[in-house]
Design a protein around this ligand. Structure first.
Ligand SMILES: [Zn+2]
Length: 436
């Protein structure tokens, strides 16, 4: 088996791995890097050329991907795993794109704006399909921070590969079911030749708390908020479980939930269509700037306290809604003692940190009450990772999704379990190869 570590092996973002087994190649993930040139989940990159995107480090450099690509497999729907499909999949137009229903619907949405000639194939959590006579792909049910996440297992003639990027072990995930531990145990018993595993939060001691905890944190802040003042909340547009919780809490308080932003509309409408998300009656959703301005004028006229705007811009992105509201560019203004809730963490990179600092400074100057970190991560912590290693007992390990420090931190954990970086742990940068 030959594994090319195409993208995501020296950064958080741009995930892509190519696997060659029995003379066939398949690709897992095709992601975008969100911290390059000020792009984020609300940015339109459809006008940029493939060369420009690769040169700027926004999408993976695919020059090292060789062979006849049989399939493109997408483990879950986050942009750092699927955001480059619109730009790169056409290079492998005979390869079907395989994903869970939510992921495939997101690709269909992209197809409105980009050329994606590939066949789109739905594979449910818990199902297996052949991509050739020699290789089958299995999606094991997993939890993360977007619906329909999987751990991908490739059963090949040259061995079994498990791709665990991204995941958390959440036994009370608010939406969906807990991870399929029984199947993971069986896969471990049958033998895993190589585990490719995310390392975003492997340096966090302990476990990542359940999404149920984020719901409680957010609920506590909302229920104690000043009912006579405005409340604005921001979270990840793809965090459908959180949006379900926030809209339900707002509704129970007699406040109208108001989902605003291009990506907010995209992710929630697809989740509604697939019956993953059940928005309370009366919830309003607007994506385009004109409708947003219009509805915010109505909110101001009716009284801000009657609505809960749930907006994009949790990382402080200057052109996202929360920054625009804070800058006074929209009819809804932040006034003294208005409450701003970040149901999100800061994705740690200098651009986000600077943007958030600037945004929070402006909010403080306006006299806003700020609530940060009503959030739990979607990424496994050290002890979750240890559990997965114990269950799967892979013969070889390739840490992915992180800079070299994160990958090495994963390697240190693996060494605690008896692995060794000179034997069965492979640290690679983008564009390099592991031969097994
Ligand atoms: Zn993810």
């Amino acid at each position: 088996m030959k594994i090319t570590t195409v993208g995501g092996y020296e950064e958080v973002g741009r995930n892509m791995t190519a696997v060659e087994a029995s003379g066939e190649t398949f690709i897992i993930d095709m992601g975008i890097r969100l911290d390059r040139v000020m792009i984020h989940e609300d940015t339109d990159t459809s006008e940029m050329s493939q060369k420009e995107l690769i040169d700027k480090g926004i999408v993976p450099d695919i020059s090292k991907v060789k062979g006849n690509v049989k399939a493109i497999i997408l483990g879950h729907g986050h942009l750092d795993h699927i955001g480059a499909v619109a730009h790169l999949a056409k290079n492998y137009k005979n390869a079907p794109i395989i994903g869970t229903p939510y992921t495939i619907e997101l690709i269909k949405h992209e197809r409105r704006y980009a050329t994606i000639p590939n066949q789109l194939v739905v594979l449910e959590q818990g199902e297996t399909m052949d991509i050739s006579s020699k290789t089958s792909i299995e999606f094991v049910r997993m939890t993360h921070s977007i619906p329909h996440s999987t751990m991908c297992v490739a059963h090949t003639n040259e061995g079994t590969l498990v791709y665990a990027n991204d995941f958390k072990l959440d036994d009370t995930p608010v939406i969906g079911k807990k991870p399929d531990y029984d199947r993971l145990k069986q896969i471990g018993k049958d033998g895993v030749d190589v585990l490719i595993v995310e390392s975003v939060h492997v340096s966090n001691e302990g476990r990542t708390p359940s999404e149920e905890i984020a719901k409680k944190l957010t609920e506590d802040i909302l229920l104690k908020s000043d009912p006579d003042k405005g409340v604005v909340i921001t979270t990840f547009s793809s965090q459908i479980a959180r949006i379900q919780a926030i809209t339900e809490i707002a509704s129970s308080m007699g406040v109208t939930p108001l989902l605003l932003g291009r990506s907010m509309q995209k992710y929630t409408s697809i989740a509604e269509k697939l019956k993953i998300l059940d928005l309370p009656d009366g919830t309003l959703v607007y994506g385009d700037q004109k409708s947003i301005k219009k509805v915010l004028t109505r909110v101001v006229n009716d009284g801000k306290e009657k609505y809960l705007p749930i907006v994009t811009g949790h990382q402080g992105e200057p052109d996202a809604l929360l920054s625009k509201i804070t800058a006074g560019k929209l009819p809804y203004k932040i006034e003294h003692d208005d409450q701003v809730i970040f149901s999100s963490g800061v994705i740690p990179n200098p651009i986000n940190e600077a943007n958030r600092y600037a945004l929070e400074t402006k909010l403080h100057m306006l006299g806003a009450r700020i609530y940060k970190d009503a959030h739990v991560s979607g990424h496994a912590s050290k002890e979750d990772h240890r559990d997965v290693l114990k269950i799967l007992q892979p013969k070889n390990i390739i840490p992915c999704h992180g800079n070299l420090t994160m990958l090495a931190t994963y390697a240190e954990l693996a060494e605690e379990l008896g692995y060794s970086i000179d034997k069965d742990i492979y640290l690679r940068r983008n564009g390099q190869v592991v031969n097994l």
